[in-house]
Ligand binder design. Structure first.
Ligand SMILES: [Mg+2]
Length: 388
C-alpha cells in the first residue's frame, strides 16, 4: 500500500471537543502562575510565558493511502511546520510504502538535514505519527501491539501542575511542580522556590514522589544552589535546568550534583543529544516529546539508546496524547508517564482531553485504547473538520 497524499493543516491548540460542561471551582494555575523561563531576565517578558511565545496554531497531518485509509499525526508550531510538511516533504514522500516507517523516517531526516533543528523535527514527528496510526489501521492492530506487545498492564502516571490539592484529589501518587523563580530573582527567588517545594511536600506527604521542572531557566551555579536546598525535601529529580543546547552544562551539572536525580530532553530533537547524554550518564531520566523529537520512530530509537545505558524514558507530557500512551505501554524502560494538568480544579479530566479516543488517568493510572492505530476516535470527516 502506497502513500497517496500527505497534508498538514492548522488546528486549535486548545480543546477540540468544545468547552467542558462541569463548572470549574477556580481558575487553573496555568491561567496566572509565573513560571521561570529563559526570558525571566527580561522584565517586559518575565511575568507570563504567553507574552513572548508565538501564537501559531497546532498542526494536524493527514496521511492517506492508495485505498483511502488514513492516519493522523499532531504537533505544534503552525505555519512554519505546515510549510515544511506541505511544501517540502509531502510531495517527495508520495508513492513510498505506508508501512515503511523506519525508511520514511530516514528519508525525512536526510531531506531536512540542511536546515535540521527544532522545527524540522516537529514536521518529521507529525508525518511519522500519522504513518504509525495508518500502519495500525492497515494491520488492524493498536500501535502498542506493533511495537512488540505491552510491557505492562497499565501505565502509572505522575501529574505535572501546581494545583496540588486537585492533583491529590485525582488520585495521583507522584507530582511535579513548575518552578516560579530563576537566577533573575536572586536569593529571594531561591527562598520562594524552596518554600513552594516545602509546602508541596507537606501537602503530599512522605509517601508520594515529588519532582521540580525548571524549564530551561537556570544556569549551572543556580541549579547547584537550588539542588542543595532541595535535599531535605527528597525530590526524585530536578528537570530541564539549562538551555537545551548546553550539553556541556548538563555534564557539568552531573559532576557537581552527584546523588541528585536529573531529568531532561523535552527540548532535544533527534536521537543525537540523547546518545551523548547516555554516553556521559549526564541525565537519570530522558524526556523526549513524541510530537517534537522525531515521532514514534525517533522516540523508539531514543528508548533503545537509553535502555542500553540503563536509563528510563518518560515522555514529556506523554500521557496527554494517545501517541505517548501507546509508546509508554509498550516500551520496557518507559516506567512512568507524565500527565500535564493544566485544566481547572473541579473539571473532570475526561472533559479536557484533546481528542475523543485518548484515555485519561483514573487514580493515577491509565490503559490506552486498543482500537487499531492510536485509537484516536475520529472519523475522517471529524479529522478534516479540525482545520481552522
Ligand atoms: Mg518539563
Amino acid at each position: 500500500m502506497k502513500i497517496r497524499s500527505i497534508h498538514a493543516f492548522p488546528i486549535a491548540s486548545d480543546l477540540l471537543g468544545g468547552p467542558p460542561t462541569t463548572a470549574e471551582r477556580r481558575p487553573a494555575w496555568t491561567a496566572d502562575a509565573e513560571v521561570a523561563s529563559p526570558m525571566s531576565h527580561f522584565p517586559r517578558f518575565k511575568r507570563l510565558r504567553s507574552s513572548w511565545r508565538p501564537r501559531w496554531p497546532s498542526v494536524a497531518c493527514l496521511v492517506t493511502a492508495d485505498d483511502g485509509s488514513w492516519g493522523l499525526g499532531m504537533t505544534r508550531y503552525g505555519t512554519p511546520v505546515i510549510s515544511i510538511i506541505n511544501d517540502h516533504l509531502a510531495p517527495l514522500l508520495v508513492g513510498e510504502t505506508c508501512t515503511d516507517t523506519d525508511h520514511v523516517w530516514n528519508l525525512m531526516q536526510g531531506m531536512t538535514s540542511p536546515y535540521a533543528g527544532g522545527l524540522s523535527c516537529y514536521a518529521v514527528s507529525a508525518i511519522d505519527l500519522a504513518l504509525w496510526d495508518l500502519k495500525g489501521k492497515l494491520l488492524g492492530q493498536p500501535v502498542y501491539a506493533l511495537l512488540g506487545a505491552p510491557a505492562r498492564s497499565h501505565i502509572d502516571c505522575y501529574a505535572t501542575g501546581n494545583d496540588t490539592d486537585w492533583i491529590l484529589e485525582l488520585g495521583f501518587q507522584a507530582t511535579k511542580i513548575a518552578c516560579p523563580h530563576g537566577p533573575a530573582d536572586g536569593v529571594r527567588g531561591l527562598d520562594a522556590n524552596e518554600a513552594l517545594v516545602a509546602q508541596t511536600r507537606a501537602a503530599i506527604g512522605a509517601e508520594r514522589e515529588l519532582m521540580v521542572d525548571c524549564w530551561m531557566a537556570f544556569d549551572v551555579d543556580y541549579a547547584v544552589s537550588f539542588a542543595q536546598r532541595m535535599v531535605p525535601h527528597r525530590l526524585r529529580w530536578i528537570e530541564d535546568c539549562l538551555m537545551p543546547d548546553d550539553l556541556d552544562g548538563v555534564r557539568s551539572l552531573r559532576e557537581r550534583l552527584p546523588g541528585h536525580g536529573l531529568a531532561g530532553g523535552e527540548h532535544w530533537y533527534t536521537p543525537a543529544p540523547f546518545a551523548s547524554a547516555a554516553v556521559n550518564r549526564s541525565l537519570d531520566v530522558f524526556q523526549p516529546d513524541i510530537g517534537w523529537a522525531g515521532g514514534m520512530t525517533g522516540c523508539l530509537k531514543i528508548a533503545r539508546i537509553a535502555q542500553a545505558a540503563g536509563i528510563p524514558v518518560m515522555l514529556h507530557a506523554g500521557m496527554n496524547t494517545a501517541y505517548g500512551q501507546h509508546f509508554t505501554l509498550a516500551v520496557p524502560n518507559a516506567t512512568m508517564g507524565e500527565y500535564f494538568v493544566g485544566s481547572a480544579p473541579g473539571v473532570p479530566l475526561a472533559e479536557v482531553r484533546l481528542t475523543p479516543g485518548t484515555a485519561v488517568p483514573q487514580d493515577g493510572r491509565l490503559v490506552p485504547s486498543d482500537a487499531p492505530g492510536f485509537g484516536l476516535g475520529l472519523s475522517l470527516e471529524q479529522a478534516q473538520a479540525l482545520a481552522l
